[in-house]
Design a protein around this ligand. Sequence first.
Ligand code: HEC
Length: 122
Amino acid sequence: MKTNVKLLSLSYILVFDVACTTVAYAASEEIVDEAIFQGWQIFADTCGSCHGRFGEGKIAPDLTKNIKNLSEVEFAHVVANGRGLMPAWKDNEDVMKNMRNMYRYLSARSNGEIVEGVPTKN
Ligand code: HEC
């Protein structure tokens, strides 16, 4: 009986947690154009492990802040050639052809047009 109660509360916590996560993402869904969506996808897949899936920063800088001080040319230069612990991506075709789309996504995140969360393609 005791075990059952424990199990029950454990599953309650799990379900509650999942429900909260879903709500948090649903609330922040943004409708974006195809290009920005592609920019986000490649960014999340390729850069997310260090910069966070939405650019919010993790072990590498918060790009939603830093992008404000980077022109598109400066951004492309760092991304293509790398810097310090930041790897170079010039041999990665997907990254190179989505440079502008990633810049647009991060700029829109930085000026608040897109909030943190999984965007939806329009
Ligand atoms: C292995 C981890 C890692 C990955 C993956 C990574 N970065 Fe970085 N990035 C870093 C680190 C660390 C820095 C800080 C570099 C320094 O010390 O100057 C950085 C810096 C940057 C900067 C410069 C920020 C500034 O303020 O000047 C940009 C832009 C950037 N990264 C974009 C990207 C993009 C776009 C991708 C994916 C294509 C990516 N990064 C993938 C680790 C990473």
